[in-house]
Design a protein around this ligand. Structure first.
Ligand code: ADE
Ligand code: ZN
Length: 326
């Protein structure tokens, strides 16, 4: 079989996906109408035309505005279910998704409505598509550590159903060190620890994520490649990197997919995985990320098999589920 057929046919996992970033313009309009929310766009084309970003912050401004249509438990269910339906078509069998509770509680949405709606959507997706899943609670790093503590407190009734904490939003100026105490508390509660690091931020932020947040996985990690000792450490400690090629292109982390570091990461022995980040905003779901990167970087079948395997190995699958999938 050819490479695109192999990519489409292989069962895959997705480990870096912000559920709010899967909100398609059509669904944004539908929810805006249902909830009587005014949008600053006249049409779906108008929305898509606004998705041109020079950096992470330009994206984030549009992303937080987009999520304003999400108000009810049903909205969060519908959003989550639509994502699972879409990646089922990509042969995705396991997902570990982020949500940004502070993006919702800040607007007056109850934490319980957001998380329970997402859980309902995940459950329905498991029934209808056989997709297993975990949820990751992500803190907005442009907000204070105090606010992160409040968010962790709100998560208490659901703590056994949450896999990990994550750290996202504006990276530059908001280093991992800002969240050292709240991560310690999350780990005490039994949560895994993930953080976006080295997307726009320097290698020092990746060191901080390892040393201070004691992360189990690094989200992105591109700029770790600037520091050979750091790369050696990530390899030695078997840290998985959740890499997002089309996101990196849209946010100008790379100027061209041909210059994307994914192949270099594999060559250096790093445990890279392929993911879509915010597929509605970045123009591609899981298979699109594999297909376009494979073409741009001339990836081989072995590379694809390694990347797909890394996705399952880097995931937190139960032993039974792992036996089913691998
Ligand atoms: N929130 C959603 N997507 C993000 C990304 N790629 N980086 C940081 N914060 C985000
Ligand atoms: Zn992300």
């Amino acid at each position: 079989t050819d490479l695109p057929s192999l990519i489409r046919a292989l069962p895959k996992a997705e480990l870096h996906l912000h559920i709010e970033g899967s909100l398609e313009p059509e669904q944004m309009f539908e929810l805006a109408a249902r909830n009587n929310v005014a949008l600053p766009y006249d049409s779906v084309e108008d929305i898509r035309a606004a998705y041109r970003f020079n950096n992470l912050q330009e994206f984030l401004d549009i992303y937080y505005q987009g999520m304003s249509v999400l108000l009810t438990k049903q909205d969060f269910h519908d959003l989550t279910y639509a994502y699972l339906k879409r990646v089922h078509a990509d042969n995705c069998r396991h997902v570990e998704i982020f949500f940004d509770p502070q993006g919702h509680t800040e607007r007056g949405v109850a934490f319980s409505d957001a998380i329970e709606g997402i859980f309902d959507g995940l459950e329905q997706g498991k029934k209808d598509f056989g997709i297993s899943s975990h949820l990751i609670l992500s803190f907005l790093r442009h907000l204070s550590e105090e606010e992160a503590f409040e968010t962790l407190e709100q998560a208490e009734p659901y703590i056994d159903r949450i896999l990990a904490v994550g750290l996202d939003s504006s990276e530059l100026g908001h280093p991992p060190s800002k969240f050292e105490r709240v991560y310690a508390k999350a780990r005490e509660k039994g949560l895994k620890s993930f953080a976006h690091a080295g997307e726009e931020g320097p290698p020092e932020y990746v060191y901080e994520a390892l040393d201070l947040l004691k992360v189990d996985r690094i989200d992105h990690g591109n700029r770790a490649l600037e520091d050979d000792a750091l790369v050696e450490r990530l390899v030695a400690e078997n840290k998985y990197l959740t890499v997002c090629p089309l996101s990196n292109l849209k946010l100008c982390v790379v100027d061209d997919l041909k210059n994307h570091p994914l192949k270099t990461m594999l060559n250096k022995g790093l445990k890279a995985t392929v993911n879509s980040d915010d597929p509605s905003y970045f123009g591609g779901y899981l298979n699109d990320n594999y297909l376009r990167t494979a073409e741009a970087l001339h990836l081989t079948k072995d590379d694809i098999v390694t990347l797909v395997k890394n996705g399952f190995d880097g995931a937190y699958l139960t032993a039974e589920r792992k036996a089913e999938l691998m």
